[in-house]
Design a binder for this molecule. Structure first.
Ligand code: H2U
Ligand code: ZN
Length: 350
């Protein structure tokens, strides 16, 4: 019998992190059970007097938000990292090891409108979010080695508030995942004389089977090594190390592809699609990072419906991640969806 990756259990290697994942495609020979639950969503208010992120409202620590009308950034009232603490004093023990850290955490409101999400915002307004991400990276990156820009979306992801917002955590240390990606990309450039993700993009464009969206400057694919059912990797086509390196044209086409990708996500189960997403660019110290290629990861937990999520338990916790649906099939499902947001289609007269 010949090995068929569409049918036979196999492992795939994540070339970006150096981790393996078990793929069990034979388990999806069952019919597709995806179903929609749009009826459970109620329209939201444009302004919610109870929301701690809406303009003019009071936050938990008593501070009042300004009457902002675009993107608004504030220092997280419950920051996980704090600036100006001792940086020396690392333990010398060989078992009980710790390290003092410094950092800053901020919250970024994408819009003053309480009822919107990124895919429902105008491309011009998404572009403003991208510009603020870049400004924040520039400012915090001048002080800290790693700036993690991310969005937690949906209650299922532990997000506390539907008001469209993300977070920014800056630290004087390189956290584990970007450290692995740094190592893998550095090795790849050394061995093959080109950046890993640029070669990856070239190969994905050649094969086409995992592409969700492609425009003049960006590609969105379900990566070959995806762990989450509908995981996506978003990468610029040109060699860019950080968000701050993007041209104006690349920023506006990023806004366009983000909107298109997130509309597909929402349309999959006709629900506001939950996920954690975030940017990985070169660390912001002054070492040589020519091996780095900027990219964003999207990790959505949903598997078969607006409520059925993939659990990372059992084998995943104890051995390694596992998936049934192949990344190729996941890509096919996303590509087959309407490019028009389901809420637009549901409006009277459409
Ligand atoms: P989530 O996106 O995970 O819900 O996080 C929202 C953040 O907002 C969270 O980190 C902060 C929380 O600390 N926050 C404030 O800074 N002020 C508040 O008044 C409430 C929440
Ligand atoms: Zn709000």
């Amino acid at each position: 019998m010949e090995f068929n990756p569409e049918k036979h259990p196999h492992r795939r290697y994540n070339s970006l992190t150096g981790e393996w994942i078990l793929v069990s495609p034979h388990r999806t020979m069952r019919p597709w059970h995806g179903h929609k639950e749009s009826s459970s969503e109620r329209p939201r208010l444009t302004y919610d007097p109870e929301c701690y992120l809406c303009p003019n409202n009071k936050r938990a620590n008593g501070m009042v938000n300004p009457p902002y009308n675009s993107v608004f950034v504030f220092v997280n009232d419950y920051s996980a990292l704090l600036p100006e603490l001792p940086t020396v004093g690392q333990s010398a023990d060989n078992l009980f090891i710790n390290q003092p850290v410094q950092g800053e955490c901020r919250v970024i409101c994408f819009s003053p409108r309480h009822d919107l999400t990124l895919p429902e915002m105008d491309v011009k307004d998404i572009e403003k979010v991208i510009n603020v991400w870049s400004e924040q990276l520039s400012e915090l990156g001048s002080k800290y080695r790693w700036v993690q820009i991310f969005e937690n979306k949906g209650a299922i992801m532990g997000c506390s508030n539907p008001h469209p917002h993300g977070q920014i955590w800056a630290s004087n240390f390189l956290p584990k995942i970007p450290e692995q990606e740094d190592l893998m990309q550095r090795e790849y450039l050394k061995n093959y004389s080109q950046p890993l993700l640029l070669e990856y993009v070239r190969r994905e464009i050649g094969s086409k089977i995992r592409i969700i969206e492609l425009n003049e400057h960006w590609i969105a694919v379900v990566p070959y090594w995806a762990v989450w059912p509908f995981e996506v990797l978003l990468i610029p086509l040109a060699h860019r190390q950080r968000l701050t390196d993007l041209t104006d044209a690349e920023r506006s086409s990023l806004a366009g592809i983000l909107k298109k990708l997130l509309i597909r996500y929402d349309n999959l189960f006709e629900t506001s699609f939950p996920y954690s997403m975030g940017w990985h660019g070169a660390p912001t110290d002054d070492r040589d990072y020519s091996h780095w290629q900027l990219h964003a990861h999207f990790y959505p937990p949903l598997l078969r419906s607006a409520t059925v999520k993939k659990f990372m338990v059992g084998y995943e916790m104890l051995a390694e991640p596992q998936r049934d649906l192949t990344p190729e099939l996941a890509a096919k499902r996303l590509v087959e969806l309407s490019p028009v947001h389901y809420k637009e289609r549901q409006k009277p007269g459409k």
